[in-house]
Design a protein around this ligand. Structure first.
Ligand SMILES: NC(=O)c1ccc[n+]([C@@H]2O[C@H](COP(=O)([O-])OP(=O)(O)OC[C@H]3O[C@@H](n4cnc5c(N)ncnc54)[C@H](O)[C@@H]3O)[C@@H](O)[C@H]2O)c1
Length: 237
């Protein structure tokens, strides 16, 4: 029970990767407080600054401690810059980067006063190696990668390790909905994508959750400010 006695806060907890993270942390003995738009312990919109600022303090109020923060929630915004609206930009930055900024700021204050902690942010392979036709999403994922490195550096002396995971394609509603919007059958499209990965398949949510749990655990005690690429060897294919 590697997370015995630990309290974790997970955003986007009812989504594809989020559910797998919650399950994995709980199986290791953690008390997990979940947040999402609906179906979670704390329901709300991460676009609301006050909601984000308050969440870590709500965890303190209900659980008495906060050891692990997982900034997993995110949205994908598609289309070239010429097809992008002001609202696309504002919304993506608010959810993918401003919310993690607010949550990290509050959580680091709490963790610094209680001996330390671990924060894992979800970036993307595209956050470190940009791809086509998603400039707003990719910029937001690059920003969260950078934030993770900066905070990993600035708060190591508080015994707070901040790291990011950078997945490639993961079989979740985010990916499947994208195929449906483009008129493709998600199962067939995923079969095609599988062929593009060295390990022969795209990731399942558990493949990402296992790495996040590792980074949250004492086993990753010497990993700090890292961008961990979890991609099945795709770039080698
Ligand atoms: N699926 C992929 O291929 C892939 C690849 C790389 C990175 N990622 C990243 O992984 C993370 C999880 O994505 P997923 O694939 O599980 O997607 P998902 O759509 O299944 O889950 C995302 C969750 O975030 C929540 N969320 C979104 N906007 C919110 C808001 N305004 N307020 C509160 N909650 C909100 C959603 O309700 C949802 O439960 C995201 O940050 C995503 O960018 C996903």
């Amino acid at each position: 029970m590697r997370f015995s006695g630990k309290v974790a806060l997970v955003t986007g907890a009812t989504g594809g990767i989020g559910q797998a993270i919650v399950k994995k942390l709980r199986s290791g003995g953690a008390t997990v407080v979940t947040t999402d738009r609906e179906g979670a312990d704390f329901c709300g919109d991460l676009m609301e600054a006050g909601f984000c600022d308050a969440l870590p303090f709500e965890v303190m109020k209900t659980q008495g401690r906060l050891d692990i923060l997982i900034n997993n929630a995110g949205i994908i915004t598609r289309g070239k810059i010429t097809e992008s609206s002001d609202e696309d930009f504002t919304r993506t930055m608010a959810i993918n980067i401003e919310a993690p900024f607010r949550l990290c700021r509050a959580a680091i204050g709490i963790m610094a006063n209680s001996g330390g902690g671990a924060i894992i942010n979800t970036s993307s392979w595209w956050g470190v190696h940009p791809g086509p036709d998603h400039p707003i999403y990719i910029m937001s994922k690059a920003a969260i990668a950078s934030l993770s490195q900066c905070l990993g550096r600035d708060h190591a002396h508080h015994n707070i390790r901040v790291n990011a995971v950078c997945p490639n394609e993961v079989n979740t509603p985010m990916l499947r909905t994208g195929f449906s919007i483009r008129g493709l059958d998600p199962d067939t499209a995923i079969e095609d994508l599988n062929a593009s990965v060295t390990l022969g398949r795209i990731a399942e949510p558990e493949d990402i959750a296992d790495v996040i749990a590792f980074l949250a655990s004492e086993e990753a005690r010497y990993i700090c400010g890292a961008l961990v690429e979890v991609n099945g060897g795709k770039p080698l294919a």
